[in-house]
Design a protein around this ligand. Structure first.
Ligand code: HEC
Length: 100
């Protein structure tokens, strides 16, 4: 029993937990309004680079998550760490790869 509990604890910290449905709605809005302001309404690119699935195909999750968390020095890409957690960012990257 104790072993099972430890296993549950470990797995919930290792795998990104899905944000609540309410939070998912907020994150989708953020993507459209805030990210879209630079990356284009359809994320086709603008001031910021295009973020459609084919544009991200060759880029790793870690690279993209790091960019969103900390921004890119010397460019307009700001850090989002103060507003969204790493697991939310990882959910966003997955959404960018598989939009629906
Ligand atoms: C003020 C403008 C601005 C906003 C707002 C912004 N970005 Fe960016 N973003 C940029 C720019 C400019 C770059 C390109 C940086 C470079 O030249 O390397 C970039 C790069 C990126 C990249 C790396 C893409 C690649 O192909 O390497 C990702 C991922 C990204 N942004 C995601 C986001 C997300 C998600 C949001 C919203 C939470 C967001 N950005 C909001 C300007 C912005």
């Amino acid at each position: 029993m104790k072993k099972l509990l430890v296993l549950l604890l470990v797995s919930s910290t290792c795998f990104a937990v899905e944000p609540s449905l309410e939070r998912q709605t907020e994150l989708r809005l953020l993507l459209k309004n805030d990210c879209g302001a630079c990356h284009g309404l359809l994320l086709q690119g603008g001031l910021g680079s295009p973020l459609q699935p084919q544009d991200l195909m060759r880029k790793s999750d870690i690279f993209l998550i790091e960019t969103i968390e900390n921004g890119r020095k010397g460019t307009a890409m700001p850090p989002w760490k103060p507003f969204i957690t790493t697991s939310e960012i990882s959910w966003l990257v997955n959404l960018l790869r598989h939009p629906n």
